[in-house]
Design a protein around this ligand. Structure first.
Ligand code: ZN
Length: 285
């Protein structure tokens, strides 16, 4: 039976793209932090399902909440990196990106005491013009990246990219694997079945059927993701255009039940296990 990868992008609700437009950066830090509360909900759900996941954590969030990171690691989940400041890669120079990933990786490894193998760019912002980023990820010691969503989308998406894990960079013995977000082929299109707003909007059974189809017919694992803030309907709601409001808040109140359903019927594990990666710090005798 194919085991899929489950991932959680740990950030504040105001790291969402819609909040970026609604609240100026200089004022965002004044908003109340709700990440610990929402991560507790995620840990409760996963514990109930007896399942472990990969938590891609924003470095600055980890630095502000180190005990939360330790709680995640102690529950047996994989700690991975979701950048240091949640800035889009497409808005960074290579030098700024390099410093950002090195800072975040060091911070996370300091807190959890384990090698961090995985990276996910904020909003899947490594496009074809940012492919230099893979060289820096490999240089920093990452073993896999999960920043490509092979769909058509207004903000991100590379519909021509491979749909399943593949080697994206190699330097001698060191490899960087890309683990794209889940899609299902249908009438020549890649349909998004990997999480986010689509998961909140579409019937859970439809997503489950899609994952089962990929597992059985294509014999491949998929990568699924969600955010802790998607389990927090009581988060602040500043004024924003209706379509932004819809994207950020639609069906937040149904998320716990939807995830519960998904976890009951689908096999998941942390990405590093699905990819069969061994942490660089593991010593075998
Ligand atoms: Zn994010």
């Amino acid at each position: 039976m194919v085991v899929n990868a489950l991932s959680v992008d740990v950030e504040e609700y105001y790291h969402g793209m819609e909040f970026e437009a609604a609240v100026p950066e200089s004022e965002r830090h004044l908003l109340p932090s709700r990440v610990e509360l929402s991560v507790e909900r995620v840990l409760g759900l996963l514990d109930h399902a007896g399942m472990q996941a990969t938590f891609f954590i924003v470095g600055q969030v980890a630095a502000a909440h180190p005990s939360m990171v330790r709680r995640i690691a102690e529950a047996g989940h994989e700690i991975a990196c979701h950048s240091d400041r949640h800035n889009l890669v497409s808005r960074q120079s290579p030098e700024v990106f390099r410093a950002d990933i090195q800072r975040a990786k060091a911070c996370l490894e300091d807190i959890c005491g384990e090698a961090v193998l995985g990276y996910r760019a904020p909003n899947y912002s490594i496009g074809p013009q940012q492919s230099w980023a893979y060289d820096y990820l490999l240089e920093a010691g990452f073993q896999y990246d999960s920043s490509i969503y092979p769909i058509v989308h207004d903000r991100y998406g590379q519909p021509q990219a491979p749909r399943f894990p593949y080697e994206i960079r190699r330097d001698g013995d060191r490899r960087l694997i890309e683990f794209p977000i889940a899609t299902r082929r249908w009438l020549g299109l890649n349909l998004p079945i990997g999480g986010g707003g689509y998961f909140r909007l579409l019937p859970t059974a439809l997503i489950q059927r899609g994952i089962r189809h990929v597992n059985r017919r294509e014999q491949q694992p998929v990568m699924f993701y969600f955010h802790p803030w998607e389990l927090d309907p009581d988060q602040p709601r500043p004024p924003m255009p209706w379509h932004h409001r819809f994207r950020h808040y639609v069906n937040l109140e149904h998320m716990p039940a939807k995830l519960h359903d998904l976890l009951e019927r689908t096999r998941f594990a942390p990405a590093k296990h699905v990819l069969g990666l061994v942490p660089a710090t593991t010593v075998t005798s």
